[in-house]
Write a protein that binds this ligand. Sequence first.
Ligand SMILES: Nc1ncnc2c1ncn2[C@@H]1O[C@H](COP(=O)(O)OP(=O)(O)OP(=O)(O)O)[C@@H](O)[C@H]1O
Ligand SMILES: [Mg+2]
Length: 250
Amino acid sequence: MSPIIHIENLHFTYPDGTVALRGVTLDIEEGESIGLVGKNGSGKSTLIKHLNGLYFPEKGQIVIDGLPLTEENITAIRAKLGIVFQDPDNQLFCPTVYDDVAFGPLNMDMEEKVIAQKVRQALKKMDLFDLADRSPHELSFGQRKRAAIATILSLHPKVMIFDEPTSNLDPKNEAVIADILAHLLCTRIIISHDLPILYQTCPKIVIMKEGIIDKILSIEEFLSDRQLLREHGLDFTFKCDCCHEHKQYV
Ligand SMILES: Nc1ncnc2c1ncn2[C@@H]1O[C@H](COP(=O)(O)OP(=O)(O)OP(=O)(O)O)[C@@H](O)[C@H]1O
Ligand SMILES: [Mg+2]
């Protein structure tokens, strides 16, 4: 069976001359949940922005669920693959949270009744039901983050990509989001620097380094290699020490 995401020799340079991707090759099978990690600036966000045609590669090829990423296929690919961006303000632009969550399904020519049902489900899952009529710009950052996730959940795409889904969330909401991501049945790519979140949601880890894929390994291999974690900016020693000290108070 062919992979649901096929990326071959992808290169990309920003207009200011910054080389962000230097030949990324990666296959992801249907149903996999992949943790995409790497130091700040290693190219993670640039890579995923290519997968729904937000950026076009200067060289290389991308195929999503059998469709080569071309201008003509972009609409079909965006129905198959949804991205929740690092900054929720890039995702929310409607007068109300409800409208933002309904935007994707509305553009897919679904029946009104079906749209209302999908929006209700997504709002409920993200605990946003009571905020549905509010303007996204009046919400807290964490609430906007949850609203951004709901805009993709309402679409039910085959592939969901989350760029730092738990950053700036309080611990309770972190746990809620991790649980939701862990139980989604679709193919997932989760970008995170948070090892417990990765452990809970991703059996497989892809490490990026300076614009290429450096390593692919299981979450267990990844977490047990302290040197590797350190090399990729994910050494948790400081936080572990704090947790041990904190334990005496709880
Ligand atoms: N709009 C832009 N214009 C120019 N260079 C950019 C732009 N966005 C990102 N870059 C550069 O491209 C490289 C890859 O950045 P990218 O945002 O993809 O990294 P990242 O792995 O997502 O980092 P982080 O963990 O900080 O989110 C970096 O060198 C960055 O400075
Ligand atoms: Mg990023």
